[in-house]
Design a protein around this ligand. Sequence first.
Ligand SMILES: Cc1cc2nc3c(=O)[nH]c(=O)nc-3n(C[C@H](O)[C@H](O)[C@H](O)COP(=O)(O)OP(=O)(O)OC[C@H]3O[C@@H](n4cnc5c(N)ncnc54)[C@H](O)[C@@H]3O)c2cc1C
Length: 428
Amino acid sequence: MSNTGHPATSWYAATATPFGPLPALDGEVTTDVCVVGAGYTGLGAALELASRGVSVVVLEAAQVGSGASGRNGGQVHMGQRNDQAWLEKAVGRDDAMALWKMSLDARSHLSAVIAEHAIACDFTPGMIHARHKPGGEGEDLDHIAFMAARYGYHELEPIEEDALSEELGTGVYHGGVRDNGGGHLHPLNLAHGLARAALSKGAVVHERSRAREWRREGGRIVVETAAGRVICDQLILTGDGYLDELAGGQARARVMPINNFVLATEPLGERAETIIRSNAAVADSRFVVNYFRKSPDGRLLFGGGENYRPGFPADLPGFVRRHMLKVYPDLADVKVTHAWGGTLGITVHRSPYVRELAPGVRTAAGYSGQGVMLAPWFGKLLADAALGDTGGVELLSRLPTPPFPGGRLLRWPLTVAGLSWYALRDRL
Ligand SMILES: Cc1cc2nc3c(=O)[nH]c(=O)nc-3n(C[C@H](O)[C@H](O)[C@H](O)COP(=O)(O)OP(=O)(O)OC[C@H]3O[C@@H](n4cnc5c(N)ncnc54)[C@H](O)[C@@H]3O)c2cc1C
């Protein structure tokens, strides 16, 4: 695993509510459930378990929220990662309907947890999907009509090209769709808030406590760290892009880590008023998505660019700035004050990988860049399954998540070739 711990150059780390440090595990503890990973998935699981009076110990290799959960674009996307038409083809209409309902539950859960635990994460409603190529209005209108008629979802509205230019303060897009169900938030504050909520309900969270291995011993599960061990009945393995050997070969063959990057500009002052006037989050239709939004103090937070190898670009601010200037050439004189990267897990079809890996051992990973809304809920579903209600995990397990071609050794070169081709296509 690389790039762990909060990046020193992250605007989120610089502005987060103070949190921790929490003590590392030292010695042997016994608990009902052990959770590995303190991102949204692990914390969502811990909060659910502790709220139901179940003893739970979370082991985090670095710090709470220092994986993708504290580094992401903060964009709250509605639905599953795959759209409903794709899901209907992949898993049939009944499961697709159930997956849509699951995503609505995830959205309600996120709002409820933020409200109940007074999580100060600046949730702001509104999400815009912008088309980067001409054409496509017809498909968007069909999608809006399909979602209204089949799923009763009425939060989508078309935006014409001129109106979108006025809204965003850039003429590079060709219209799009506003989703009033989506939004954006401060991702690290969400992670800290989830951790505080779980701790308040009695969960135990250890930072700097990497789980090195797990095994069965006398009918129970033993999880080892460098300085201690957790003895438990059920194990929840999270990790997304930071998922390591612990989850085993099946998971590692299906979830591949890639890196993605974000910058923050200096506060834009009055210029901020002409950029994203409605203060929505924006994501464009490129394969390597550009996503952006404003911070409460009027900065542009812009995510763009990926790489497919361990390690980040040497000039990270310059790397993301090039993407930003293609969308906002007028910001050439603006200083980039922060830039950071994070690692996320992707799968072949971009469906999350959710499985019972062995009796009592479950995982959810491979959100493919869409975990802010889903991951806390998937954590809850893993907790439900640990307590015997396996319906949600079984439904998600039916999503197709084939191994990457080429096996463990060849998957990087083959997938990088594939991903690079798609990235090139964006530029055509
Ligand atoms: C740059 C970037 C931008 C993104 N933008 C968005 C966005 O705008 N909207 C959206 O919905 N999603 C976005 N995502 C994806 C989203 O952040 C993830 O889907 C989500 O955070 C996954 O949460 P998680 O808890 O599963 O994993 P993570 O938050 O990555 O947490 C995994 C944790 O597991 C720990 N861990 C791993 N192995 C071990 C071990 N052996 N022992 C102990 N601990 C371990 C790691 O240290 C880490 O803290 C983005 C991701 C990145 C990187």
